[in-house]
Design a protein. Structure first.
Ligand code: NAI
Length: 329
C-alpha cells in the first residue's frame, strides 16, 4: 500500500521502517497534515496520522480527491479526525486501540512524584551549588486519596501503581472495572464526590463532546485546597482558563500537564528561536508548581514498538481484505 506518513519524527520512523520491512511503500513527511499539506497524499492508498495532524471535513475532502481510502492513526485517541465525514466519504479509519498503557500511567505517576517532591526545583538548586532545603517539603503518597477519572487501560495501570504506594483510590467512569475494586480497593463514586475527597486527581479519558471541559470552574471549586491535578489525557478535558485561575488563587496546589488545550502547532516543534504567542501557555510556564511535558507520556521504546506494529498490521489487513479489526469508521 502506498502510504503517506504525516508528522513523522526521528523517534518513530525507525520503528515503522523496521516493522514494515519493505512491505508497503511508506512516504515520510515531517509536516503535519492540514489543508495545506493534504495534497502530499496524492496517489496514495492510505495516510498514517499522529495526534498533531488534523483530519477535519476540509482535509478529508482533499484526501478523498487524492484517492486516499484508508487512514491509519498512530494513536489511541481519535478526536483529531471527523469520523462521520470519513464514513460519508467511505474512507476507513483505524486507530491503535492499545499500546503499552504503562507508558502513560508511569508518566502520570512520575509527574505526581516530581511535583510533590519538587524534584525540578531541587535539581536546579543543586546545579547552582545551592544545597538548602527550604520550600522543598512534600507529602507521603501513602494514605493520600487519589481520584482516577477514566479507569480504562491507562487509569487501571495507574490504580495498580498507586496501590503500591499505599494510596486510597477513588474512581469515576461510565463503566466500572470490578477487578480494580477487588485488586486495588478502588472505590467507584460520582464526579462530585471524587472532586471533594481527592488529594490528587488524574485524568485518563478520551476527548469527546461529553468529556470536553469536564474539569471546569464549577467542579474545581468543590476540590480540596491545594489539590494536585495531573492531565495526561487530552488538553480539552480541562478548561485551561479555569485551571490557571485556580492556580493563581492557590486552590490548585500543583498541576502536571502532558497535554494542552491549544497544543496543536506548538507541541512536537522546536520553537526555541521564536516569540511565544500563546499567552496562556506563557503564563503556565512561569508557575513553579506547574510541570509541563509536551505530549510525551507515550514516549517509551515499548509504546513505539506497539504503535508501529498495529499501524503496519492495519495496513496489512486493509491490503488483504479492505477491513481491519481496528476500524472505527
Ligand atoms: P480506555 O478506552 O481504555 O479508557 C478510557 C476510559 O474512559 C473508559 O473506561 C471509558 O469508559 C471512560 N470514559 C469515556 N467517556 C467517559 C465519560 N464521559 N465519563 C466517564 N468516563 C468516561 O483508554 P486508555 O487507553 O486508557 O486512554 C485514555 C486516554 O488517554 C486516551 O483516550 C487518550 O486521549 C489519552 N492518551 C494520552 C497519551 C499521551 O501520550 N499523553 C497516549 C495515549 C492515550
Amino acid at each position: 500500500m502506498k502510504t503517506a506518513i504525516f508528522s513523522i519524527h526521528d523517534f518513530d520512523s525507525p520503528f515503522l521502517e523496521k516493522e514494515n520491512n519493505g512491505k508497503h511503500e511508506l512516504i515520510f513527511h515531517s509536516e503535519s497534515l492540514s489543508k495545506h499539506t493534504a495534497h502530499f497524499a496524492n496517489g496514495c492508498d492510505a495516510v498514517a496520522l499522529f495526534t498533531s495532524d488534523t483530519a477535519d471535513t476540509a482535509v478529508l475532502e482533499i484526501l478523498n480527491a487524492c484517492g486516499v481510502k484508508y487512514i491509519a492513526l498512530r494513536s489511541v485517541g481519535y478526536d483529531h479526525v471527523d469520523l462521520q465525514k470519513a464514513t460519508e466519504l467511505k474512507i476507513k479509519v483505524a486507530n491503535v486501540p492499545a499500546y503499552s498503557p504503562h507508558s502513560v500511567a508511569e508518566h502520570a505517576a512520575a509527574m505526581m512524584l516530581a511535583l510533590n517532591r519538587k524534584l525540578i526545583l531541587a535539581d536546579n538548586r543543586v546545579k547552582q551549588y545551592d544545597f538548602h532545603l527550604g520550600g522543598l517539603t512534600g507529602f507521603d503518597m501513602n494514605g493520600k486519596t487519589v481520584g482516577i477519572i477514566g479507569t480504562g487501560k491507562i487509569g487501571g495501570v495507574l490504580a495498580k501503581i498507586l496501590n503500591g504506594f499505599g494510596c486510597n483510590l477513588l474512581g469515576y467512569d461510565l463503566n466500572q472495572d470490578e477487578s480494580l475494586v477487588s485488586n486495588f480497593a478502588l472505590r467507584y463514586t460520582n464526579l462530585e464526590t471524587l472532586c471533594k475527597e481527592s488529594d490528587i486527581i488524574s485524568l485518563h479519558l478520551p476527548l469527546n463532546p461529553q468529556t470536553k471541559h469536564m474539569i471546569n470552574e464549577q467542579n474545581i471549586s468543590l476540590m480540596k485546597n491545594g489539590v494536585m491535578i495531573i492531565n495526561t489525557s487530552r488538553g480539552g478535558i480541562v478548561n485551561t482558563k479555569a485551571i490557571v485561575k485556580a492556580i493563581q488563587s492557590g486552590k490548585i496546589g500543583s498541576y502536571g500537564m502532558d497535554v494542552y488545550e491549544h497544543e496543536k502547532g506548538i507541541f512536537f516543534y522546536d520553537l526555541s528561536q521564536e516569540i511565544m504567542k500563546d499567552n496562556m501557555l506563557l503564563l503556565l510556564t512561569t508557575f513553579s508548581n506547574v510541570l509541563i511535558t509536551a505530549h510525551q507520556a507515550f514516549l517509551t521504546q515499548e509504546a513505539l514498538e506497539g504503535i508501529a506494529a498495529t499501524t503496519i498490521s492495519n495496513l496489512n489487513e486493509w491490503s488483504k481484505n479492505g477491513i481491519s479489526k481496528n476500524d472505527l469508521a
